[in-house]
Design a protein around this ligand. Structure first.
Ligand SMILES: O=C(O)C(=O)C[C@]1(C(=O)O)C=C[C@@H](O)C=C1
Length: 410
């Protein structure tokens, strides 16, 4: 069997300060939670008893309601952008040149050419298709590792990176959650892609000849049951990306190995499709996020999502308190993920001199359905900061609302 090469992993570098970073190192001087625009001041410390906590929650909930009513009253020609109100005072005259707005400045730098979008994999990878869906007509730049896609943006080789974060069958792509934290890029969008896997082999090869199936680990796990149903109880080996697996089979003229990849990969690398639609569920979908060096300006005129990551040191029911900061403001959470805290994996808890218990420490990633331009989101985060030792907004970005379709031509 031809061994599968391992790829180089480049070291990480360059850190850019996050525009929305709330850092508990500055906890004595917390950032204003837009108190003037919302008529709502940041709530101070929360008492330690259950009664204290419940009454704080009740106060918060009533303030949120009155704040929402106030916002409705003074809407009119005043727009709230990131907690600041802007007035539209100039009468419209269509003959005059239109003033540039902040949103004209925030989209992609175009270099007079196509937007350059880095993705992990080689042409034919699903990440390439996601890049095309997110930015039609972009120049997709293949990268051998996720880390390299991050660096391509950090070093201005690319304008955006597109990164898979979760799949409806395989779950979260944990490595990318860790990378989001290690790098300083901002999430500026999301895109969901129907993933339709094919079993690919050299022309003339039959299923009976196969001794091995290779693909990206996510693709292998998404097709696990179907492979067994097809009688392919052969070795399954993980490689860096699906299209790379197809390319490898073709380049090495392997007649005993099949790849799981897209129909486009079959075309590109001259392979035949032995079986079509081999994902274990026809509604197999992967969610990708788009990353940029600068955040986009959050808006309120369309549905937005915000992604945060936080950690906490100690305290009772911290996770409950954090999640209720969203619940009391009717903000829906769409995702929660925990990852081991790399810098502080474990915490020792003194148990009244009897002994010490060890607790694992985590970073929590939460996605919620609100824009950072909304006072309710700003207030929720100001409150979350009270309970956490670290809080970072990874991005506030438009939700992918495109109707989902399971077809291969999606
Ligand atoms: O290997 C590819 O083609 C990829 O784009 C990566 C990836 C992933 O990481 O999940 C993307 C979508 C599919 O879920 C399978 C693999």
């Amino acid at each position: 069997m031809t061994p599968i090469p391992t790829h180089r992993v480049s070291p990480s570098r360059l850190f850019i300060q996050c525009a929305y970073r709330f850092d508990s190192a500055n906890a004595t001087n917390p950032p204003a939670a837009s108190p003037t625009s919302a008529g709502f001041n940041f709530c101070g410390g929360v008492g330690s008893t259950r009664a204290d906590w419940q009454s704080t929650c009740a106060i918060l909930a009533s303030k949120v309601v009155s704040q929402q009513q106030d916002t409705k009253k003074d809407s009119g020609n005043v727009a709230a952008v990131n907690g600041h109100k802007t007035l539209d005072l100039v009468p419209v005259n269509s003959n005059l040149p239109k003033a540039l707005t902040i949103t004209d400045l925030s989209p992609a730098p175009m270099h007079g050419a196509k937007l350059r979008v880095a993705y992990q994999g080689v042409p034919g990878a699903y990440s390439e298709a996601a890049a095309g869906k997110a930015y039609p007509n972009c120049e997709a730049i293949p990268c051998d590792q996720f880390e390299v896609a991050f660096q391509a943006v950090e070093l201005w080789i690319a304008d955006r990176a597109v990164l898979p974060v979760e799949n409806s069958l395989g779950g979260s792509i944990h490595r990318n959650y860790d990378l989001l934290l290690r790098h300083r890029l901002h999430i500026v969008g999301e895109v969901q892609l129907a993933v339709h896997h094919c079993l690919l082999a050299l022309p003339g090869v039959r299923k009976e000849y196969l001794t091995r199936v290779i693909s990206h680990p996510q693709a292998l796990s998404q097709c696990e049951l179907t492979l067994t149903k097809l009688g392919l109880n052969v070795a399954r080996e993980a490689v860096d990306d699906t299209a790379g697996a197809a390319e490898f089979v073709a380049a090495n003229n392997l007649r005993d190995t099949a790849a799981i990849a897209s129909a486009r990969a079959a075309d590109l690398y001259g392979l035949q499709i032995l079986a079509d639609g081999i994902q274990d569920d026809s509604s197999n979908v992967t969610r990708f996020v788009m990353l940029a060096r600068e955040p986009i300006i959050p808006r309120t005129d369309r549905p937005f999502k915000t992604s945060i990551v936080f950690a906490h040191d100690k305290g009772m029911s911290v996770l409950f308190k954090v999640l209720s900061a969203f619940a009391f403001r009717n903000i829906s959470l769409t995702k929660i993920e925990s990852r081991p805290h790399r810098n502080r994996p474990i915490r020792l808890v003194d148990d009244a001199n009897v002994g010490t218990a060890k607790h694992f420490e985590y970073m929590f990633y939460v996605d919620f359905e609100a824009s950072m331009a909304e006072a309710r989101a700003q207030n929720a985060l100001a409150e979350v900061q009270e309970f956490t030792s670290f809080l970072r907004v990874l991005g506030s970005y438009p939700m992918d609302m495109t109707p989902w379709c399971a077809s291969r031509d999606d």
